[in-house]
Design a binder for this molecule. Structure first.
Ligand code: SF4
Length: 83
């Protein structure tokens, strides 16, 4: 799971913006202005039903991480938290 959903920088972060782009989802912010320190992005290939595959991008560690539990969900209260 991407740690960014509980990070105070999520809506300003350039790395999270890239993750959103790779997932093809709507951006929280079109012009992020925060450069995180050493984010480690984990890319995994997932097998789905009917032989399909998808690629998942998750930030698994980051020196700029600052806990703000549920920040993503507060910004998008009626949407499913990305996993
Ligand atoms: S954990 Fe790092 S990459 Fe993720 S939103 Fe926070 S600062 Fe950005």
């Amino acid at each position: 799971m991407c740690i960014c959903v509980d990070c105070k920088w999520v809506d300003r972060c350039k790395a999270y913006h890239t993750v959103e782009k790779q997932h093809g989802v709507k951006h929280l912010n079109l012009r992020p202005d925060f450069d995180p320190k050493e984010p480690i992005i984990h890319v995994s290939l997932l097998e789905e039903e009917k032989g399909n595959t998808s690629i998942e991008w998750d930030v698994q560690a980051c020196q700029s991480f600052s806990l703000d539990d549920g920040r993503w969900l507060r910004l998008r209260p009626n949407e499913k938290v990305p996993r």
